[in-house]
Design a protein around this ligand. Structure first.
Ligand code: UDP
Ligand code: MG
Length: 317
């Protein structure tokens, strides 16, 4: 029988060969000072560089490290999910594998949790680090839209969190396939506490977010948390109905009065406006249908292809 660790630290890695060793060493050092039983769960999210071989090596050398490789790149959210599923600890700590989430803060997370008797402690970004003007603006707009639509204010939220066993049990009851970690954590409720932190600049390598992946992330965030866009279509339909009644009455009056020739520009404008609104409406409906389609397929959130893990079978799963 292996004894249950008190803490599981979950770290996703994608193309992080230059950071893996540093991050693991830093986390292990910090966890040693905590003085409780712990494990570090490293997920390789389908990297094509040396990330996996380094992780394998680390897991072989250090007993407290468990490494899992996903069969392809599933995205950070799914990688986090895999790690949280594997975690055996009473509390789970999630953090990035690029040193942007300072491991030295882990004891602070633990302290804040005990002090506030909280179920979740969240790292809140007080400074978004070195970001371009556009990514700052993008993040701001996204959070503004999301909080309007869903009622959850996630400004400054990060994936640097400590979650207790009650929270983890609740998390495990969420069956959806497309995951939006921060939003789902906000939805769960529970008693939250915060630890502010400054985002350190990325140690090595570069961010995996491209402009389009960010837009996709934002879209899935909004569609996962709000059906308001669907209602907006209905509402704009009604607003147009009002105009239709007014214009219809005017047109009828003109016809009856025998003055119904001019107004060609109006016709074209109305055609264009209504045409584009219809298309947007169909598009928004389509976004939701595609989400439903993805959910009903019920595919697993991730596939583990290999692992170095003392608690499971030691190779393929
Ligand atoms: N990551 C991942 N899968 C991906 C993209 C990123 O597991 O498809 C990991 C990455 O290795 C890092 C963390 O998620 O540990 C945060 O990624 P990144 O630094 O690119 O995001 P940012 O800090 O810019 O939000
Ligand atoms: Mg980063």
């Amino acid at each position: 029988m292996h004894s249950i660790p008190k803490f599981s630290v979950v770290i996703p890695f994608f193309q992080e060969e230059e950071n893996v060793e540093k991050v693991i060493a830093a986390v292990v050092n910090v966890m040693k000072t905590v003085g409780e039983l712990y494990e570090v769960i490293c997920i390789d999210d389908g990297s094509t560089d040396n990330t996996w071989s380094i992780l394998q090596q680390e897991a072989v050398n250090r007993p407290e490290i468990r490494a899992f490789q996903l069969s392809r790149n599933f995205g950070k959210e799914s990688a986090l999910c895999a790690g949280m599923d594997k975690a055996r600890g009473e509390a789970v700590i999630t953090m990035d594998g690029d040193m942007q989430h300072p491991p030295e803060l882990i004891p602070e997370f633990i302290r804040v949790r005990e002090e506030n008797n909280a179920n979740v402690v969240e790292g809140i970004k007080i400074d978004r680090g070195k970001e371009t003007f556009f990514s700052r603006l993008g993040a701001k707009t996204f959070y503004a839209i999301l909080s309007k639509f869903s009622g959850y204010d996630l400004t400054g939220a990060s994936d640097f969190k400590l979650m207790d066993k009650y929270f983890m049990n609740a998390w495990r009851q969420m069956p959806e396939r497309s995951i939006f970690f921060r939003g789902m954590c906000a939805w769960l409720g529970f008693k939250h506490a915060e630890v502010p932190f400054e985002v350190a600049p990325r140690k090595k390598g570069k961010t995996k977010w491209s402009f389009f992946s960010l837009i996709k992330f934002a879209l899935s965030g909004v569609t996962a948390f709000s059906s308001l866009p669907l209602h907006i279509i209905t509402i704009s339909g009604f607003i147009f109905l009002i105009f239709a009644v007014i214009l219809g009455a005017q047109t009828l009056y003109n016809k009856l009065a025998g003055i119904a020739v001019s107004g060609f520009a109006t016709v074209i404008l109305l055609l264009l406006i209504i045409g584009s609104l219809l298309m947007i409406g169909i598009g928004i409906t389509g976004e939701y249908i595609s989400r439903i389609y993805n959910e009903v397929k019920m595919r697993p959130r991730y596939i583990v292809s290999q692992s170095v893990d003392k608690y499971g079978s030691n190779s393929e799963e």
